[in-house]
Write a protein that binds this ligand. Structure first.
Ligand code: ZN
Length: 174
């Protein structure tokens, strides 16, 4: 089991569009396993999804696992949203933005096309927290964080505060 440190805002990789997976090989298998391992290593109830850029790999791979929701752990490789419906206000947080929670507008039902780790294409329709989490993860693959979706002016205040904390932390460590 390999749990990776989680990259946090404002690291550049979180703000960068990740590249599509082209090889469905052992390296991809290891990446998917590392994502699940890292997610499972988080404190209970703090993580339900993780994307490759969050462990420093700029590839379009996300995993979602909402305990007991009936979908089980699912890896989405090169996911593409086909349809989004049932929009609502959802409270979100993110392992890459520790200590911040906030309400964003999200679809709670989504039809997605993706590939599994063996390179098999699949289309699935998910709803509830799994759908919300999947959309949050696909945002990560596009370099977007949930704090980018907070309402103005909280979005501005949160990002300013986080950048200031980051500058102070960098100064501390030299
Ligand atoms: Zn996140």
């Amino acid at each position: 089991m390999v749990s990776h440190p989680i990259v946090t805002f404002p690291d550049e990789i979180l703000l960068t569009k990740a590249v599509a997976v082209e090889e469905f090989d052992d390296k991809l298998e290891v990446l998917v396993q590392n994502l699940f391992d890292t997610l499972n290593a988080q404190d209970e109830g703090t993580g339900i999804g993780l994307s490759a850029p969050q462990i420093g790999v700029s590839k379009r791979v996300s995993v979602v696992h909402v305990p007991d929701d009936g979908y089980g752990p699912v890896a989405y490789i090169n996911p593409v949203v086909l349809a989004k419906t049932a929009y609502g206000l959802v409270e979100e947080s993110c392992l890459s933005v520790p200590g911040v929670e906030g309400n964003v507008i999200r679809a709670t039902r989504v039809r997605v096309e993706a590939f599994d780790r063996s390179g098999e294409r699949f289309v699935s329709e998910v709803d509830g927290m799994h759908a919300v989490c999947l959309l949050h993860e696909i945002d990560h693959l596009d370099g977007t964080l949930f704090i980018d979706r907070l309402f103005w002016p909280r979005r501005w205040r949160v990002k300013r505060q986080l950048r200031k904390q980051h500058r102070l932390a960098v100064m501390d460590t030299g």
